[in-house]
Design a protein around this ligand. Structure first.
Ligand code: SF4
Length: 170
């Protein structure tokens, strides 16, 4: 089953999804650790007692507010992306699927000083079934999807790989 990162990448770039899911991880581990630390310091450092971590196997939710029944997701990005909303909707969907009483989620952007509430509709529930199917299909492709230039390419961890005439491995 896809995890939330796969669903996010499905919305960002199918090539990125394929590269990531087929083991080509270009994201620097120390950068990821630093990002996690930054998020804790800027969002939940003094509020951690309110939040519960929930491990659903293929999906791990770091901050579930047991009092408000809302999932909190913080993004270091200074740009809003639909992929962030999709990732949070997937968290909510998976919690519902596991029989956990969840109301919705809150996306937080400390750099923008903005937050957005996200809720799941019946249309979303149907769409997520489609996302999961298509995400799985892309992950299982024998070769990676062709390169399509996007505005996000410049800040993508795969930029050098995609734009240096590298051959995609099956
Ligand atoms: S550099 Fe662009 S085409 Fe390549 S994986 Fe990233 S977003 Fe996709």
């Amino acid at each position: 089953m896809p995890n939330a990162t796969h669903i996010s990448y499905y919305h960002l770039c199918h090539r990125k999804l394929w590269l990531f899911s087929n083991g080509l991880n270009m994201e620097n581990q120390s950068d990821l650790v630093a990002e996690g630390k930054w998020i804790h310091e800027h969002s939940y450092g003094r509020r951690s007692e309110r939040y519960k971590e929930i491990d659903l196997g293929d999906v791990k939710i770091d901050f579930f507010d047991v009092r408000t029944r809302m999932v909190h997701e913080t993004k270091k990005s200074n740009k809003r992306e639909y992929a962030h909303v999709a990732q949070l909707k997937y968290y909510i969907y998976k919690l519902e699927e596991a029989g956990i009483d969840v109301k919705g989620g809150i996306l937080e952007y400390p750099k923008l000083r903005e937050r957005e509430e996200v809720f799941l509709s019946d249309t979303d529930r149907n769409n997520i079934l489609l996302w999961v199917r298509e995400t799985q299909d892309i992950m299982n492709l024998d070769v990676c999807p062709v390169l399509e230039k996007k505005s996000l390419c410049k800040r993508c961890a795969y930029h050098d790989f995609c734009f240096s005439n590298e051959t995609c491995l099956p």
